[in-house]
Design a protein around this ligand. Sequence first.
Ligand code: AP5
Length: 194
Amino acid sequence: MRIVLLGAPGSGKGTQAALLEKHLGLPHISTGVLLRHAVAEQTPIGQQAKAIIDRGELVPDDVMLDLIEERLAQADTQQGFLLDGYPRNLAQAESLDALLERLGRPVDEAIQIDVDPEQVIARIEQRAAQEGRSDDTEEVLRHRMRIYQEQTAPVVDYYARKGLLTRVLGEGSVEEVLQLILSVLSMDERGAAP
Ligand code: AP5
């Protein structure tokens, strides 16, 4: 199964993808994690991306496409994958479709995790205190949320128009949200069965 997880910063995409990876046996591909790793390793992409991430803006689409294409070429993605943080604008959604069409492995499901912005801010404040991620300051978070509204929210409609989108309320406990997502996925699998 090829699944795209969508949602605002702090909506729980990464948390849920890590749990779904264990439940479904599919690799969790987080572009945020890939980029932070590149920054830590000071690779050319990391050096280019660091200031952009710290401002809460989007890394250029061509850089992201190279990164995702390289990751999807790896053998562990053959049976499916969970994409977290990609695509993040309409151009990325279209590039991803073109890439997956070429590979004969289209997206099966897009799941949007909805969380009230005030709850998102509270979660990120807590994470900032615990982990100190460089883009988790109040000012940068507000900018990330603006970018999400302007550029990523249209991606939700893009998948809705394709009939692939399910929205899940992400405001319960981590376990409750996980169960909601698993029930959506199992319903769709049953629906797809002959
Ligand atoms: P990225 O790492 O993708 O950040 P994000 O989308 O802002 O997402 P977060 O990691 O903040 O939140 P999340 O939804 O994963 O929530 P999480 O599970 O962590 O991207 C970072 C940057 O990289 C971008 O700003 C951009 O610069 C760049 N980038 C990445 N992808 C890109 C792309 N495709 N194109 C261009 N640039 C790109 O949860 C948040 C917190 O809440 C955690 O502390 C968690 O423990 C807690 N939590 C989770 N679920 C619950 C729950 N149900 N109840 C209570 N707490 C919860």
